[in-house]
Design a protein around this ligand. Structure first.
Ligand code: ATP
Ligand code: ZN
Length: 494
């Protein structure tokens, strides 16, 4: 019986590192959450499937997990650097709606997608506007040694911390060029941690502060929420790779300033713990042939659109698991269809071996239950794949190997498969539950079943003309009859 050491790729050191928790037996994780000015697109949701898989893996390895995901309802500008308008204010103005209503609506929409993708609830959802007092206190503490005030706000001087930008890839001319030249900024990369409301303007969301009325900067929010709830240094900070370039380097600079207390500029990042988190992890993008999927570009795919077209949301989870989180993943409808078929086959096979699945099994418990000489090696292989920086594509193939085994101890087989499914966040639903009628379908499932029953009766009577006519009737309504399907599926949506 072996248990592979857990290694995770740390973007800060650019190395795979053996996970060593800050607090014995615990894992504390913070994931940058969505800015709730619009529906999440499926690219955004890849970031949360990844964060969920990481959490499940830590549970699997026996750590007590505290996972925090924030909801950004203020402060995220249309450009991640210091440029543009607040995304929330902009949407509220365009819709002539209250910003609070917008935040509420899109937070609920995001949570629906979270549930549909079987993403576990974190220990805490932190809502940025609930932490304004803490943000002001944090800014007050670092301001004397690390910040300066301009007409437009309180700015962080990046030259006051060591190794600024180490997390980002090489700073290119283009990257520097994206950072707005605010008059009076000491360094191009300096950023506002508090934005003052310009004279004569009012914002829907603004608060009093020692630097005047205004709103916190987006980078400040995540430093404050992660530090307050998890304590610096915590174990792992996650986000999409776009955050590796600006948002996370800025969070790190603030955390260095905050943890340096007296304002010493050193706090070298040679010790990753000085960054506020020991490990920084980033999922790669979901892309379309035309490029990165983006909310701000206006046109994007929502999970609901996949469902409207007849794909169960878990087909999308499967699509994500089929790729390593650090690889770019290209979305295509064919790819999604193939992921759905693979998931159906897996569920059909898994249902044969188990009836119930318990969420959140830990490896040690499964090892105690699964000792059979043909099963235990598969458990080791599965554990080794996940422990190797979350290699879900390989873990999936090991699960498929397990469900295909014949004539092994049924109880142990059941325990093994159930544990693997739960580690991957795949529920043991009946495969029928994956059937989703497309929005435009002109027929209900009951009607389909009714016609199929009549067709079966016709075939039993050797009335093939009627049987063919009934099949044509279904085809006209967008349903393919699947005679002789090896898994016993009787129909599928065309
Ligand atoms: N195409 C994508 N693939 C994977 N992750 C993504 C993609 N786009 C954004 N993310 C990640 O989704 C999470 C939520 O992003 P957020 O709500 O801040 O999006 P946004 O910046 O407002 O939208 P967008 O970048 O789409 O305009 C972040 O971790 C971000 O890095
Ligand atoms: Zn963040």
């Amino acid at each position: 019986m072996t248990s592979t050491a857990l290694t995770l790729f740390n973007s800060l050191t650019r190395k795979a590192e053996v996970f060593a928790p800050v607090h014995e037996g615990e894992a504390r994780v913070y994931s940058c959450g969505p800015t709730v000015y619009n529906y999440p697109h499926i690219g955004n949701m890849r970031a949360y499937v990844f964060a969920d898989m990481l959490g499940r893996l830590l549970t699997w390895k026996g750590y007590r997990l505290t996972h925090v995901i924030n909801i950004t309802d203020v402060g995220h500008l249309t450009d991640d650097a210091d440029q543009g308008e607040d995304k929330m204010e902009k949407m509220a103005a365009a819709r002539s709606q209250s910003i609070w209503d917008i935040a509420e609506h899109y937070t609920q929409a995001y949570w629906q997608d979270v549930a549909a993708l079987n993403i576990r609830q974190p220990a805490r959802w932190t809502i940025a506007t609930d932490y304004i007092d803490s943000m002001i206190a944090f800014a007050e503490r670092i301001a004397p040694q690390h910040c300066y005030e301009l007409d437009s706000g309180l700015y962080f001087d990046v030259s006051t911390v060591a190794d600024y930008g180490r997390l980002a890839r090489a700073v290119t001319d283009e990257g520097e060029g994206r950072i707005e030249a605010v008059e009076g900024k000491r360094n191009a990369a300096d950023f506002a941690i508090w934005r003052k409301t310009p004279a004569g303007e009012t914002r829907q969301m603004e608060w009093d502060s020692p630097w005047g009325r205004g709103a916190p900067g987006w980078h400040l929010e995540c430093s404050v929420m992660s530090g307050e709830v998890l304590g610096f240094p915590f174990d792992i900070h996650t986000g999409g790779i776009d955050h590796r370039e600006i948002h996370h380097p800025n969070e790190i600079a603030q955390n260095q300033a905050f943890c340096g207390c007296g304002g010493e500029s050193a706090m070298s990042l040679a010790d990753p713990a000085n960054s506020g988190a020991r490990i920084w992890m980033h999922n790669n993008f979901l892309v379309e042939r035309s490029g990165k999927m983006s909310k701000s570009s206006g046109e994007f795919l929502r999970l609901q659109l996949l469902v409207d077209k007849g794909y169960h949301p878990l087909a999308y989870r499967m699509l994500c698991l089929q790729a390593h989180y650090r690889s770019e993943l290209e979305f295509s409808w064919d790819g999604l269809g193939a992921a759905l078929v693979r998931l159906k086959r897996l569920l059909a096979a898994a249902r044969n071996v188990i009836d119930a699945v318990e969420d959140g099994a830990a490896l040690a418990d499964v090892q105690a239950a699964v000792t059979h000489p043909r099963l235990a090696p598969l458990l080791d292989k599965f554990d080794a794949a996940l422990s190797d920086d979350l290699n879900t594509p390989v873990a999936l193939t090991v699960l498929e190997e397990a469900v295909a085994l014949k004539k092994v101890d049924a109880a142990q087989m059941g325990a093994l498969v159930a544990a693997m499914m739960s580690a991957l966040g795949l529920p043991l639903a009946d495969r029928e539950a994956l059937r989703v009628a497309p929005k435009g379908a002109s027929i209900t499932e009951d009607e389909i079943e009714d016609i199929l029953a009549r067709r079966k009766a016709a075939r039993a009577d050797r009335d093939f003309a009627l049987s063919d006519a009934l099949r044509d009737e279904l085809a006209a309504k967008g349903v393919d009859v699947m005679d002789g399907d090896p898994l016993g599926w009787e129909w599928q949506l065309a």
